[in-house]
Design a protein around this ligand. Structure first.
Ligand SMILES: Cc1ncc(COP(=O)(O)O)c(C=O)c1O
Length: 359
């Protein structure tokens, strides 16, 4: 098999050493004689995996004790509904910052549960400037998407929402840099980018936001259900949790989030630098709003055929899944934690060579 670098936005590249470990243990987990996929979620074997996964992410993100970590299913899309179901209880009002397709989907879902205000301009190519005065003092929470996977923008600074809980969809940049968890009420993320295989959704929730709507919403959608049952109210995505634990171990061995942030900045600088120097390609997002994780780029002259040729030839050269999201076109390189620097170097070399050959 020839070497491939996978730039998919998700499900995305996983660290090779993690896949190798999972492969080595696949048929016999820890001397159990069973695959991890075959273990009961109530067995001591799996309970240990779950505990280690939780302590792994707690350590990496320095999660304070007054937050629960929940291992759920349903994807980030389910959180678009669970957040308003659980939190729109006091004034039934919330503020949403719209910075791309995913935040719009979250907003659309929330509108079914209360009065939702859009704060800042509705934008897809930059992060709006937000001041504390712009938020509705009666809002039960403020929702942001910290990294816009499709558009390639990211918050470089968190909005100050005062006492209003800040809820963040962090699906595409969780674990990419250190963050201060205490600034958030809820952080949620689908696993399939920086955490592990699809099927797992991580929710980090402050204790006082648990149980606010209990009794009025279905049991399975109540954060309290999962908090009280340590994420095993029903069968959790056991294999995804196991691989997530291996990813947390890998990050810890690498040196934690300070180290991965350095690597991520180096990769992003290299790629944006090459695009900024190019006469053929352009990165539409500029300055501090640029995502470290998802880098969209286009042919500077808008030539769609040139873009298609680039994507095809890149694939022939082992650079996979560079097609931009169907809603925006062009190209997109997702360079999550597990993408090695060599992968970004290979892409940059290919961009330069393609430009030389086709100008
Ligand atoms: C920022 C963001 N939010 C939400 C989603 C939807 O996630 P899921 O497919 O896990 O529901 C995605 C998926 O790519 C995403 O990138």
């Amino acid at each position: 098999m020839s070497k491939v670098y996978n730039f998919s936005a998700g499900p995305a590249i996983l660290p090779k050493s993690v896949l190798e470990k999972a492969q080595a243990e696949l048929l016999d987990f820890n001397g159990s004689g069973m695959s991890v996929m075959e273990l009961s979620h109530r067995s001591n074997w799996f309970m240990t995996i779950l505990e280690e996964a939780e302590s792994g992410i707690r350590k990496l993100m320095n999660i304070p004790d007054n937050y629960k970590v929940l291992f759920l299913q349903g994807g980030a899309s389910q959180q678009f509904a669970m957040v308003p179901m659980n939190l729109l209880v006091n004034n039934k009002q919330a503020d949403y910052v719209l910075t791309g397709s995913w935040s719009k989907k979250a907003y659309k879902e929330a509108k079914a549960f209360g009065e939702i205000q859009v704060v800042g301009e509705d934008t897809i190519n930059h992060i709006p400037s937000l001041t504390k005065e712009m938020f509705n003092p009666k809002a039960d929470y403020v929702h942001i998407t910290t990294n816009n996977t499709i558009e390639g923008t990211a918050f470089s600074e968190l909005p100050d929402t005062g006492d209003i809980p800040l809820v963040a969809d962090m699906s595409s940049n969780i674990l990419s840099t250190p963050i201060d968890v205490s600034k958030f009420g809820i952080i949620y993320a689908g696993a399939q980018k920086n955490i592990g295989p699809a099927g797992l959704t991580i929710v980090i929730i402050r204790d006082d936001l648990i149980g606010l709507a209990s009794g009025s919403i279905p049991t399975i959608f109540d954060y309290k259900t999962h908090a009280e049952n340590n994420s095993v109210f029903n069968t959790p995505p056991t294999f995804s949790i196991y691989v997530a634990k291996l990813v947390f171990d890998w990050l810890q061995e690498l040196g934690g989030l300070e180290v991965i942030e350095k690597i991520n900045r180096e990769k992003a600088d290299l790629l944006y630098g090459a695009l900024d120097q190019s006469n053929m390609f352009e990165a539409p997002i500029k300055g501090r709003d640029r995502s470290l994780m998802n880098v969209p780029f286009i042919a500077a002259n808008g030539d769609k055929e040139l873009e298609a040729k680039f994507i095809n030839e890149a694939k022939e050269n082992g650079l996979e899944t560079l097609k931009g999201h169907r809603s925006v076109g062009g190209m997109r390189a997702s360079i999550y934690n597990a993408m090695p620097l060599e992968g970004v170097k290979a892409l940059v070399d290919f961009i330069k060579e393609f430009e030389r050959k086709n100008s």
